[in-house]
Design a binder for this molecule. Sequence first.
Ligand SMILES: Nc1ncnc2c1ncn2[C@@H]1O[C@H](COP(=O)(O)OP(=O)(O)OP(=O)(O)O)[C@@H](O)[C@H]1O
Ligand SMILES: O=C(O)C1=C[C@@H](O)[C@@H](O)[C@H](O)C1
Ligand SMILES: [Mg+2]
Length: 178
Amino acid sequence: MSRGGGGGGARPVAVVVGPPGAGKTTVGEALAAALGVGFRDTDADVVAAVGKSVAEIFTEDGEEAFRAAEEDAVARALTEHDGVLSLGGGAVLSARTRERLSGHTVVFLNVGLAEGVRRTGLSTARPLLAGVNPRAKFKELLDARLPLYREVATVEVDTDHSSAEDVVARLTAELAEA
Ligand SMILES: Nc1ncnc2c1ncn2[C@@H]1O[C@H](COP(=O)(O)OP(=O)(O)OP(=O)(O)O)[C@@H](O)[C@H]1O
Ligand SMILES: O=C(O)C1=C[C@@H](O)[C@@H](O)[C@H](O)C1
Ligand SMILES: [Mg+2]
């Protein structure tokens, strides 16, 4: 829950973006705890709003329906939440969302192909990577999205060779300087 109690007028202390497996949820949650603020994840907001898991929305309603619900969830959270806000990995695909991120502190958690595939490999909860060749899909996704993550980011952290705890420590230092 937000410190401001929700409603309009709030503003996240940091918005976290990046590819699947970058640590948006893990690091986002730990960063919020380190800063003593609340945590919100738009994937969880979409699940709550639609009443189905992310995988069910993709399978039953299609990616376009998920993206529309995600765009709404991001817009709401940006005005309601004053803690750390993690976005879904593909949220930056929306030009409207990218515009809405302008002026916010946006952390891009980057992860390379090999490490991203390794971190997401054991999960069946990511419908986009559930196909026959998750590595090719991950590469395609990184190629398409890297410029979009960088377009919105005010801070970029490479997570390949750092534990989630180290990433949080680097981010708390960077955000204190900003
Ligand atoms: N810096 C890190 N080092 C090692 N493992 C990590 C790191 N960050 C996250 N992980 C692990 O990678 C997996 C994916 O992390 P997480 O779910 O936080 O990613 P995400 O960016 O939220 O992905 P998604 O876009 O699918 O929601 C988890 O098992 C998590 O523990
Ligand atoms: O990278 C993506 O496109 C996605 C990432 C997840 O956070 C979820 O939003 C969903 O699985 C799609
Ligand atoms: Mg996540």
